[in-house]
Design a protein around this ligand. Sequence first.
Ligand SMILES: O=C1O[C@H]([C@@H](O)CO)C(O)=C1O
Length: 573
Amino acid sequence: MPPPYPPPLPQLDLSTFKLMEKKHLLCLLYACTLSGAAMERHYRFEVGYTYWSPDCKENMVIGINGRFPGPEIRAKSGDTVVVELKNSLPTEGVVIHWHGIRQFGTPWADGTASISQCAINPDETFVYRFKVDKPGTYFYHGHYGMQRAAGLYGSLIVDVADGEKEPFQYDGELSLLLSDWWHESIQSQMLGLSSIPFRWVGEPQTILINGRGQNNCSLNSQCAPVMLHVRPKKTYRLRIASATSLSSLNLAIGNHKMTVVEADGNYVKPVTVNDVDIYSGESYSVLLKTNQNASSNYWLSIGIRGRLPQTQPALAILNYIPNLPSKLPFDRPPKTPKWNDYLHSKQFTYKILAKNGIPKPPANSNTQITLLNTQSKIDGYIKWSINNISLVLPSTPYIGSMKYGLKNAFHSEKPPENIPDDYDVMRPPVNPNATIGSNIYKLEFNATIDVILQNANALAENVSEIHPWHLHGHDFWILGYGDGKFTENDLANLNLRNPPLRNTVVIFPYGWTAIRFLANNPGVWAFHCHIEPHLHMGMGIILAEGVEFISKIPNEVLRCGITGQKLISNQLH
Ligand SMILES: O=C1O[C@H]([C@@H](O)CO)C(O)=C1O
């Protein structure tokens, strides 16, 4: 018997939600339509290479309908989004992941090649159909090889349902989709990452805002600076999402403070800051009051965090109407914090807490998994490994091989859930050798899962990097962060009072991050570092829960590998 849908509520302290209607509470946890008439929103995407000049240099990008970045998808909470995707890349498969959408009841629409579906072949069309159940700022992007870094991304905005209100007010809205850009093709980047000697992708040439940036410029229209037109004495909602391949970013606006109100599609306790750190895979809404001298325009700058920058900060102009957009701001662009000022980053990150009324996590978990992040070596190749296993995706999508119990479609051994007691996270690995694996962390359906993401020293001495981890199919509560190695003593200090709900979280160099989530979404889900070259080098794991409860998987997602063969001979039961 399949479980009731949506799944039953976990044991939560309902007394804290006195002011909240049960339907709202359910909507925060599960798919739902709040009110109003839910609609289907139809989009036609044709994905193909196109010539574009994101930073004044003409290059090949993966565009949608001949444009870069892809079109904005806009829907209301409760709506169903339908994207008819035609692959017009001449010789590559493609998929699109709807980042932050949990895909309750549609795990095959998560858009992850080899995990939730077979890559869509050239000239074929696949229809994604999924419900957007929670208002917020999201984006979509390619999830096959490193196609995101080639430009395959766009915004996905979910407004509140008709008759509902956001818990804050604003007069207008501006959207900033951030990314980073290399002049080297992704094919060449991927080859370098899997070569001996290893060739790292290096720092990006340009940071892009809404697909535009300036590098050694002769300005033309495709790379002209982004202008944000605002009227004085108003409040604007800035929706900021980061689709970067590598870069951690910091955004500041001259003379203006910002109040953070939403993170990854969840409301947060409003907090006012001078600048915002944003890691790949994260999104924020901030409120901006245009309360400064109205005769000036202002610079918005975006600088790189956590890696020695070799990239100019990105600039945009906040244009106070009726000033001419070309009027240069009185003040110089704001300086973003120094790249290695981690204290500054931690202070910002620790301030992001749940807004009152956001569901709290269950008081205890059923399972605790520790994931040690190491740079490692396999046959002389540099990889990233989690508990000594570097992820390699199988040719048959997990969703099919698990549902139909196919043997030999992936490594079936249980992956390690703990790290050796004597592992010194402050030093390079004593034995850097790891193995490749496609193993699955099988979670008990409806269990409460804790994951401790443990960072460590990379292969070189005195190097430990930022890794933003993104979980598919779920939001999680961030229970805490710490420096050094996580110990049992840290358990007592975890935040169960107002931990934010998010889908992406950073681990700081040499630090740990603790998260908790409910394994209540039948499906197979990726959990990985959102740095595209790191995922390509194996930095991720696969989770699965309640696979027996997945209703009929559409044949279209299974037409490759062993499931493809079985479909031909009518053997998939
Ligand atoms: O994965 C990575 O490889 C390089 C470096 O560690 C080895 O060249 C780097 O900066 C990464 O983030």
